[in-house]
Design a protein around this ligand. Sequence first.
Ligand SMILES: *Cc1c(COP(=O)(O)O)cnc(C)c1O
Length: 222
Amino acid sequence: MNISENLKQVLVELPAGVRLVAVSKFHPNEAIEEAYSAGQRIFGESKVQEMTTKYESLPKDIEWHFIGHLQTNKIKYMVPYVAMIHGIDSYKLLTEVNKQAAKVNRVIKCLIQLHIAQEETKFGFSAEECREMLAAGEWKHLDNVQICGLMGMASNTDDTEQIDREFCSLNKLFKELKETYFPESDNFCELSMGMSHDYHQAIAEGSTLVRVGSKIFGERNY
Ligand SMILES: *Cc1c(COP(=O)(O)O)cnc(C)c1O
């Protein structure tokens, strides 16, 4: 496993405007350091405690993106340093992030997670729930979070047409919401979609942030 080679292979194929979140969950600091030495600065983690431990011992110019399912009681540990939270799957969670971020005087970038896959197990809003939340408008009073876009995970399937349809529907919703609720703002600009097995498709459907783990770091030992 040559992490810097894998990283370069992914990076050369990324079009302008698409950034890589190197998903380092379950991999040790040494693996992150190797990618860091090759120039990577954005890393994604799915457990707050693991991410915080890594944050404390690794270079401070790393941008930590939280991509997992977030529990309310863990938010306070990461608000001092987290760069972006990808998995906002309820309005209540957004208000909790806002509350904790206010305590450390930060504005935290958040992505709303949409449920686009067929599987029952993936978290997130439905398109309708997301529209309702934004239409209600209460989020505008949350001064310590900034809604920067949407995140979604496609079905885990070999049916590439289905994956295309799911990414395409997320991009459509993104454009609709941008036009309706963020017409004057440049902040709503991120579409986080695509993992090791489907990021090429995600890019073709408009992704701006791909979350790639195993293709760079190898298989994870859970
Ligand atoms: C683990 C994970 C990834 C990375 O998956 P790979 O298949 O290893 O690229 C991307 N997004 C989320 C939300 C994840 O939990």
